[in-house]
Design a protein around this ligand. Structure first.
Ligand code: DX5
Ligand code: ZN
Length: 215
């Protein structure tokens, strides 16, 4: 069964308690938290105090996706705020190997994210060091965008690389995931589905999470 990670970028910021309850009482596995700095991506979302609050409200895994430059400056703070998984962008890390080791030494699972234009082969030499690869299936920065179809080929290629390396690495797909495209994404080899708009803009978020989970 896939891991389902609703993205709080589409949550109701005036009533996060309600959406924390949704995570706790639904079949969601993780909560996905998008941190943006207005530099690496054109948008600014939320930061440490919000993560800390969500940690108090949610009893499931906090999957923190950093869309920020120099993530190494903040890794320890995100650990303290409650992150269980910390994902940094390949494109934002000059010393990716060091950053991954830092995240793991702080006691978190380490993920690396790739923008849509970045080929998966750049991870060849780091694959066995990471716990998860996040493939962006939209350009990072905003929720509610359309899934980029080339992502399917990237999932296939990455799955092959993981197998060849005998590595234990999850593939997470982030951006434009819908009830319509989720089956193909999972069938190609994804393990984790992030879903923002699909969950939070649906008439029945509980049922939508159930549907994703049962695919
Ligand atoms: C985009 C974020 C995503 C976003 C996905 O930069 O990384 O996690 O919340 O939103 P949807 O599922 O609405 O495309
Ligand atoms: Zn994300």
């Amino acid at each position: 069964m896939p891991i389902i990670a609703p993205s709080f970028l589409s949550a109701d910021f005036l009533n996060l308690q309600k959406d924390c309850d949704l995570i706790n009482n639904s079949s969601a596995d993780w909560v996905h938290l998008d941190v943006m700095d207005g530099r690496f991506v054109p948008n600014i979302s939320f930061g440490l105090p919000v993560i800390e609050a969500v940690k108090r409200g949610v009893n499931k895994t906090l999957d923190v996706h950093l869309m920020i430059e120099e993530p190494e400056r903040y890794a320890e703070d995100f650990r303290k705020a409650g992150a269980d998984i910390l994902t940094v962008h390949y494109e934002a890390c000059r010393h990716l190997h060091r950053n991954i080791q830092q995240i793991k030494s702080l006691g978190m699972k380490a993920g690396v994210a790739l923008n849509p234009h970045t080929p998966v082969h750049v991870l060849d030499t780091i694959l066995t060091d990471v716990d998860m690869v996040l493939l962006m299936s939209v350009n990072p920065g905003f929720g509610g965008q359309k899934f980029i179809p080339q992502t399917i080929d990237k999932i296939r290629a990455l799955k092959h690389m993981i197998k060849e390396a005998g590595a234990d690495v999850l593939i997470e797909i982030d951006g434009g995931v819908t009830l319509e495209n989720a089956p193909a994404i999972l069938h190609t080899g994804a393990d984790v589905l992030v879903a923002g708009n699909t969950v939070f803009r649906s008439a029945d978020p509980y049922q939508t999470i159930d549907l994703l989970k049962s695919m």
